[in-house]
Design a protein around this ligand. Sequence first.
Ligand code: PLP
Length: 393
Amino acid sequence: MNASGFRLSTRFAEVKSSPVRDILSVVGREEVISFAGGIPDANLFETDDFAAAFDYVLTHQAKRALQYASTPGEPELREQVAARLNRQLPTTAEDIQVTSGSQEGLFLVGMALLDAGDVVLVEQPTYLAAVQAFSLAGARLVSVASDDAGVLPDELAAAIAEHRPKFVYLVPNFQNPTGRTMPATRREAVAEILLRTGTPLLEDDPYGELRFDGDPVAPLAALPGMAAQTVLQNSASKTMAPGVRIGWLRAEGPILRALEVGKQAVGLQTAVTDQLAVAHYLANCDLDAHIAKVAAAYGQRRDAMVDGLLPLLPATAKLNRPEGGMFLWAELGGTVNTAEVLPRAIDAGVAFVPGWPFYAADPDHSTMRLSFVTNTPDVIAEGLTRLARAFDW
Ligand SMILES: Cc1ncc(COP(=O)(O)O)c(C=O)c1O
């Protein structure tokens, strides 16, 4: 026992702080050009629209906005997001649980479904903070071998047969960390396995609307039979602004009640001011036009980073060119260990995230994740010049 007398629960003793957040705290220095976090460019936020939305809420809805409220979320917001989801699959406001960011959604689903030792199947690699959230709920994470199109169907079927998971966690659009998107045919193959085996899906989709080229692919939840077996979650973070901390879960049946009870225990409700402001923004502003503007800028930045980075990489390297989202994923191959490159990069004034923390098991140490959204093409070029100094192959 330590001097304070506090004894951490086994859960907390075993779950570590996110290495990415730890890296971000080191690279927060002004002079470092960061390709590390998936940080939207604040210069592209619709600050006037949000100022007007908050102003409206605090002028016309202040008593409501400052009061306790219902746990599933404010009706206006649930209706707005249901209408948006309706473009992809039939959804009503009753199917929506508002969350304080989709990160909270991951935690709530974990709390609702997982007992200690339960297995969650994840992609390889996968979103690190999901691993953290599910681990806190006591889960054992098992990764399923994946290729450029996402989890391999045969491997998924074998893993389900072996581990009987409580659910499968997938990020099918512009995945974090790899930027990859699961094509329609792979989605159909995956859905067929999930339906046949009765395995629920947590489909995490914060990036799907941030598409720069190519055609949108329908969510797995929209495939025949899948809606009832899927919790689909979206977020305002990547399309509007992460500071409002608004996300939402779409689900059907008894799990919605469990999510609500979990949400009551965690925080009673998401900040009503923020919910009403986002609802006002969605009702009165053109989110599609905003997304088109952001996608055009991010698409240029992706090209600037891919084209500038490729010539710097060793001959063994593989670099993708995602059709949207925020991240590039480089597999450098050979004996490169990107965790050893990072301190040299930071000394040179640029930061990225080594790939190893994104693996639930057997990390590929030659991988790295770079975000192309935070900086303009000029700054990206300068960052890559600095990165070249840290590379020594
Ligand atoms: C795949 C994925 N899910 C969830 C989140 C959490 O986002 P937020 O809580 O801001 O909605 C992120 C953030 O980077 C993410 O990449």
